[in-house]
Design a protein around this ligand. Structure first.
Ligand code: GDP
Ligand code: MN
Length: 346
């Protein structure tokens, strides 16, 4: 096969034996979706849209993960709408349960009194801990270098006409996002303090040219709550597999905040990316129109909006609204903000 590729001069492009699609074999990448059987209708809509907007051209495989076995109707319905290989994985019990050092009575007490969103939910906490510390360890993910996270009920607003994974690899990017936002402070009361204890112990993990001043307005004293919304991520699995991140996750997990508070995987991923990666390896995708309730990433650039057949309203773009952190991201990176951004600030 390799010889044939060279002859054709299209290195890395091979036939996918299963369905005859041409797939990119130089980038080891997959979509990954953590989802429940009962989300079938929503995930089918989302995947159908993803195929229309992107994957019908590229045929990257999918990995679906669940803490319960996927039902046969779920698997059949998914296979019907994708243009590529699909795997369905069961999450091992150890990755979706209380670690032995957690005081479950204390955790239950927190759930009974917490007054923030999902504050009463045990499963949401397992989910956040799983997305922080375990999805990248699932055996079905082992052969991949990059992933694109897909959640039910999300949508791409525009065509994505280039190979995003190839672009990540060629440009040495590690973490890509579409929406940034401020976290509810009450869900992460001790996350920053716990993080700073970690960086004091392991200063060697802090990247030179990191993004500390994007997530802290006082050079590390406090967290400004800015994070990348992790329901969409295109990122490197090897970053989560790195010693720095593994140790960081272990440190957080031991501190118990996934259960005694309600630490989200979004601030955990974002803080790690901001501290352990050089700024150049973090990327914002303005052209990937995206929706997850209740916010949109809609390209403000008119040429992009037309060329990529976007169907979103630019007036509803979240990027430069006050509760987003994307303006701060542009300022931090000294990037030119798109024309019209000021209309979102009165
Ligand atoms: P939100 O975006 O923070 O409001 O949380 P979601 O309800 O969208 O959950 C985040 C992701 O985790 C989605 O991909 C869900 O499908 C998935 N998820 C949440 N809870 C569970 C669960 O108990 N089991 C499984 N298998 N997936 C879950
Ligand atoms: Mn969601």
């Amino acid at each position: 096969e390799e010889v044939q590729q060279e002859e054709q001069g299209i290195t890395g492009v091979i036939e996918d034996n299963k369905n005859g699609n041409v797939v990119n074999a130089t980038v080891k990448a997959a979509f990954v979706s953590l989802v429940r059987n009962e989300d079938l209708a929503e995930i089918v809509k989302t995947v159908t849209n993803l195929e229309e907007r992107f994957n019908g051209k590229f045929h990257y495989p999918y990995v679906f993960l669940n803490n319960e076995p996927f039902s046969d109707p779920f698997k059949e319905a998914i296979r019907e709408v994708v243009s590529s290989d699909v795997k369905f994985g069961l999450i091992p019990r150890e990755h979706w349960s209380f670690p032995e050092w957690i005081d479950q009575e204390r955790a239950a007490e927190v759930r009974a009194t917490a007054d923030y969103i999902y504050g009463d939910s045990e499963s949401y906490r397992h989910m956040c801990r799983y997305e922080s510390g375990f999805f990248w360890r699932h055996e079905l993910m082992e052969k991949y270098d990059y992933y694109w996270r897909v959640e039910p009920s999300t949508k791409l607003h525009c065509d994505v006409n280039y190979d995003v994974f190839q672009w990540m690899q060629d440009n040495n990017k590690v973490y890509g996002f579409t929406v940034s936002i401020k976290e509810f402070e009450s869900t992460i009361k001790t996350l920053w303090k716990t993080t700073m204890n970690f960086t004091k112990e392991y200063p060697e993990y802090l990247a030179e040219n990191n993004m500390l001043d994007y997530i802290s307005n006082d050079h590390g004293e406090t967290y400004n709550l800015c994070h990348f919304w992790s329901n969409f991520e295109v990122a490197s699995l090897n970053f989560w597999r790195s010693e720095a991140y593994r140790k960081y996750f272990e440190h957080l997990d031991k501190a118990g905040g996934f259960f005694y508070e309600r630490w989200g995987d979004a601030p955990v991923h974002s803080i790690a990316a901001a501290l352990f990666l050089p700024s150049e390896q973090v990327h914002y995708f303005p052209e990937i129109g995206y929706f997850h309730h209740p916010f949109n990433n809609c390209p403000l650039d008119q040429d992009i909006w037309h060329k990529n057949k976007c169907t979103c309203s630019r007036m509803l773009d979240f990027s430069f609204q006050g509760y987003s952190c994307t303006k701060e991201y542009y300022d931090f990176k000294k990037m030119k903000k798109p024309d019209g951004w000021e209309m979102f600030r009165s």
